[in-house]
Design a protein around this ligand. Structure first.
Ligand SMILES: [Zn+2]
Length: 277
């Protein structure tokens, strides 16, 4: 009983839902449109599986080690440029605080290697699952608030901004069929890219927080006592909509690059002729 209570408290304390289910589904689906036909063929008939598993890692958080896999706080490193690419160097920099500070860039590397292995193994089901899981962590890194210690606005009196941005705006306003991503590009240095994505994501944090504050300031209090008014949502979307859709599109683009690079690394295997038995 006590263990269960502790577990519930632990789960309740986890602040990170990450893009909400809709955001994760959107990223993995859009990434397929970026792939050349010979890679796209690996996923034929498995599109629903890809979407259905894209949020799986958010359901693994009963494992105490899972939470930090979804984010990284840049501040203890002195900003994104101070985050070493080498995991041992990062460990040396933060000491005992390393893991709880978040490890998403290195998890993306690990899950990318899983995808290479799945392509080599030659099983489309394994390829689809590895792709879903890679997509999750990669998409999480594109959520600006997954890169900062102020991840839920607590330090600036904006509690809840995390889910307002990544779930509230996405669920209310994003039209999946309006998003676009350019053709995938194979990148021999794909394992270094998460640090670029991290820097870009972190740079969006100050404006995101400012826009949430502005939307709050300019909207009247809801007479029914609800925390956020329809006007708040419209104003926050007017200010941050391009950022939300931009980050979804960038995540899909970068996922496409990662998939194509993994397929190259595996030796460009041909998809089985009847991948869905
Ligand atoms: Zn997540």
């Amino acid at each position: 009983m006590k263990t269960r209570l502790l577990l519930l408290l632990f789960l309740a304390a986890l602040p990170l839902l990450s893009w909400g289910d809709k955001g994760h589904r959107t990223v993995v689906t859009l990434s397929l449109t970026t792939l050349p036909p010979e890679v796209r063929a690996w996923y034929r008939g498995r599109e629903d599986d890809l979407r259905d598993h894209a949020s799986d890692p958010d359901h693994w958080k009963q494992d105490r080690k899972e939470g930090p896999r979804h984010f990284i706080d840049c501040e203890p490193y002195g900003g994104p440029a101070g985050v070493p690419h080498d995991q041992e160097a990062a460990q040396a920099k933060l000491g005992a605080a390393f893991y709880r500070n978040g490890v998403v860039p290195w998890i993306i590397q690990d899950r990318w290697r899983d995808l290479v292995a799945a392509f080599r193994f030659g099983d489309p089901e394994k390829v689809a699952f590895a792709t879903s899981i890679l997509s999750h962590y990669l998409a999480d890194l594109h959520v600006p608030l997954h890169t900062t210690a102020n991840h839920d606005g607590l330090e600036t009196g904006q509690k809840g901004v995390h889910s307002r941005w990544e779930t509230g705006l996405v669920e209310r306003f994003v039209r999946e069929d309006a998003l676009r991503a350019p053709p995938a590009v194979a990148d021999p240095h794909i394992l270094d890219r998460p640090w670029d994505w991290l820097a870009a994501s972190y740079a969006l944090v100050p404006q995101l927080l400012a826009d949430d504050r502005a939307a709050d300031r300019t909207t009247p209090v809801d007479p029914r006592g609800r925390r956020r008014t329809p006007a708040y949502w419209l104003i926050f979307w007017a200010k941050q909509g391009p950022v939300v859709t931009g980050q979804l599109e960038h995540a899909a683009e970068h996922l496409g690059d990662a998939i194509l690079s993994a397929w190259n690394e595996a030796g460009k295997p041909a998809a089985p002729t009847n991948p869905r038995k």
